[in-house]
Design a protein around this ligand. Structure first.
Ligand code: GLY
Length: 396
């Protein structure tokens, strides 16, 4: 992706912190740390081009809540609650939109089995006191006139919002530029360790960038950085997601009034409308390693499910088909906090929640960098949970 231009002045090659990876997490960590007065640099050969760029930008802690992941749900809710202030502050700093929108979400069921699953989800929400409202098929169509008459039932979740992830990347690039955070558009060739502590990084071009702290925020590439001693980070695996972008003609925008998340004969699909005429349809979940090929089967599967819910999508031009790699940790919860190597900090493994968890992760890491303490909401997600073979945060 062509990123927004930011200054490339390199007044110094010694910093408090180098953030490895300039996706949403890395950019937000660098911005938050810089606003706290820390001298920060970023390193990424292609800022904002990975999973952050491909994502749909749903902020959906409630409709994506899963049994056994209550701790992750709390973190997701905490991050969702920060979004309005985070977006407002970012817009002020960047001078551009953040892409945040409080348009809600309607979850719908296509057949009787899907309806039973949706009823289970509604019951789970009630147990946890989460805000969701079961609605009839008729009400679903009143809310979303383009829904198929086959839709059987729905669940209205007004608090699950969205952000245009590409606008968010652009705003964060602008905000770190305003803070004059240097952005090294190079791969990190090696983590530098001296006297059993982090000393900085060596870039692929040979330049050394010294820093007492290095934050690894490199998504699914987080565990392939040379020089990181083995065992400090859990394996972070790539989980492929194919996703489509359709163009809605200006006289039909927004096409849908809310994000629609559907279950269609057991398959999940979501349709996320944007004010500027994009309709994002996602996403497959495939464990295929570092494979970003788009396949006929992936596109067919998405279009078939989306068409079952909203038949009119087939009239829309298909603008883009992409595959991204979500960074999955062994328990699918993020890995946030210090490692056993002094100065090495993790901000990775956000799996399906990277866009949602951006504010809470950035604030937690900035707090850790500024004070040495990880705030309470991020505790339980540290890398040490894997080393100690403790029960996973996601399961507590
Ligand atoms: N959170 C949406 C996805 O991972 O597909």
């Amino acid at each position: 992706m062509q990123a927004t231009k930011i200054p490339h002045t390199r007044p110094d090659s010694s910093f408090d912190t180098v953030v490895v990876g300039a996706g949403l997490i890395g950019l937000a960590v660098a911005w938050r740390a810089a606003t706290r007065g820390l001298r920060v640099a970023l390193a990424d050969p292609e800022p904002g081009s990975g999973a952050s760029h491909v994502a749909a930008g749903m902020l959906a802690p409630v409709t994506e809540a899963h049994y056994g992941e209550e701790a992750l749900l709390r973190l997701n809710l905490a991050s969702a609650a920060r979004y309005p202030a985070f977006a407002a502050e970012l817009e002020e700093a960047a001078g551009t939109t953040s892409g945040y929108s409080e348009r809600g979400t309607l979850a719908v069921a296509f057949d009787a089995d899907d309806r039973a699953v949706l009823a289970d989800l509604a019951a789970f929400h009630r147990t946890l006191g989460l805000d969701s409202e079961p609605v009839s098929a008729r009400e679903c169509r009143r809310l979303e006139p383009l829904l198929s008459p086959d839709v059987q039932a729905g669940l209205r979740v007004s608090g699950d919002h969205q952000v245009d992830n590409r606008q968010l990347i652009a705003a964060l690039l602008s905000a770190v530029g305003q803070r004059r955070v240097p952005l090294y558009r190079e791969r990190v060739a090696e983590l530098l360790v001296e006297h059993d502590a982090v000393a900085g990084v060596r870039l692929s071009g040979g330049e050394t960038v010294r820093a007492d702290r290095v934050v690894i925020a490199a998504g699914c590439h987080s565990t392939s950085i040379p020089g990181v001693p083995p065992g400090l980070l859990p394996p972070i695996r790539p989980v492929k997601g194919q996703i489509l972008r359709l163009s809605v003609p200006s006289d039909a925008v927004p096409f849908l009034n809310s994000a629609v998340r559907g279950l269609v004969r057991g398959r999940q699909v979501y349709l996320v409308p944007r004010d500027h005429g994009e309709l994002v349809v996602g996403a497959t979940v495939e464990e295929l390693g570092y494979d970003t090929r788009v396949t006929a089967g992936g596109v067919y599967e998405l279009l078939r499910a989306a068409h079952a819910l909203v038949p009119g999508i087939t009239e829309l031009p298909l603008a883009e088909v992409r595959a991204g790699l979500r960074p999955g940790s062994p328990d699918n919860a993020p890995v946030i906090g210090p490692t056993a190597l002094p100065g090495l900090i993790a901000a990775t493994g956000h799996f399906r929640n990277g866009v949602l968890l951006t504010p809470v992760t950035a604030d937690a890491i900035a707090e850790l960098l500024a004070t040495g303490e990880l705030p309470a909401e991020a505790r339980g997600f540290e890398p040490a949970r894997f080393a100690a073979a403790a029960p996973s945060a996601a399961a507590r």
